[in-house]
Design a protein around this ligand. Structure first.
Ligand SMILES: Nc1ncnc2c1ncn2[C@@H]1O[C@H](COP(=O)(O)OP(=O)(O)OP(=O)(O)O)[C@@H](O)[C@H]1O
Ligand SMILES: [Mg+2]
Length: 238
């Protein structure tokens, strides 16, 4: 379970997140919707411990992030799969080397075991047999899928995806959205996805909220969001 209480973050005088509180029960998918610049990436960076909140607490599976530092924080971060907005694959490594990298860094698995795990995860994202390719030889949608496999390869129980559909056409957007949902459910992960892609968000989310001006403007399921009287939410969903 992910639990966030009274989280606030400002830059200079600009308040980006203002006392945000929410919970994601284990095994569920939460989508954080909001226009560009509303603090979606800032929220995810704090959840993975790459940015410290000004105020508030983040608790993941019973561990409060503020209690961790140095090696403990690095170790804890290995439990969290993070799909970056721009995929962030290593261009000078093959697909298989990209996936093997976290395993070589953080586990004592033998080469054969690493190869097997890499093949398994490539299969999970429908990229079996692509291990020898370089990222530059792949389409944007394929790169996203490889990045997703790399995010999950440590058998993480928490998955954070920052705008997984950005830069993709409608078909690829739907594909990656459904893939994230399927893997999330299959592996019983607790997942948070940020997006401004309303249609696909309703497809994948158990619950959603809309961020606006530092606050949660509407939350719940699709019907709850549709019922919102907030003019910004109405415009965003239309
Ligand atoms: N390190 C930083 N220093 C100063 N300001 C920052 C920093 N990171 C983010 N911001 C500001 O915080 C606000 C929220 O940024 P954020 O990247 O979280 O938006 P976003 O919702 O992810 O937008 P997008 O949909 O375009 O990805 C922006 O105004 C941004 O300029
Ligand atoms: Mg962002």
């Amino acid at each position: 379970m992910i639990s966030v209480a009274h989280l606030s973050k400002s830059f200079g005088g600009q308040v980006v997140l203002d006392q945000i509180s929410f919970e994601v029960p284990s095994g569920q998918v939460l989508v954080v919707l909001g226009p560009s610049g509303t603090g979606k990436s800032v929220l995810l960076l704090q959840l993975v411990g790459l940015m410290a909140p000004d105020e508030g607490t983040i608790t993941i599976d019973g561990v409060q992030l503020a209690d961790l530092s140095g090696r403990d924080l690095l170790k804890f971060r290995q439990n969290i799969g993070y799909l970056f907005q721009d995929s962030a694959l290593f261009d000078f490594m093959t697909v298989a080397e990209n996936l093997a990298f976290p395993l070589k860094e953080h586990t004592r698995l033998k080469t054969g075991e690493i190869d097997a795990r890499v093949e398994e995860y490539l299969k999970d994202v429908d990229m079996a047999g692509s291990g020898d390719k370089y990222p530059s030889e792949l389409s944007g949608g394929m790169r996203k899928r490889v990045a997703l496999a790399r995010a999950l390869i440590m058998d993480t129980k928490v998955l954070l995806c920052d705008e997984p559909t950005s830069g993709l056409d409608p078909i690829r957007s739907r594909d990656i959205s459904l893939l994230i949902r399927d893997l999330s459910k299959k592996k019983n992960m607790t997942t948070i996805i940020t997006s401004h892609d309303v249609k696909n968000s309703f497809l994948v989310a158990d619950r959603l909220f809309v961020l606006n001006q530092g606050r949660i403007a509407a939350q719940g399921r699709e019907e709850d969001l549709r019922r919102s009287g907030d003019p910004m939410v109405k415009e965003f969903l239309s």
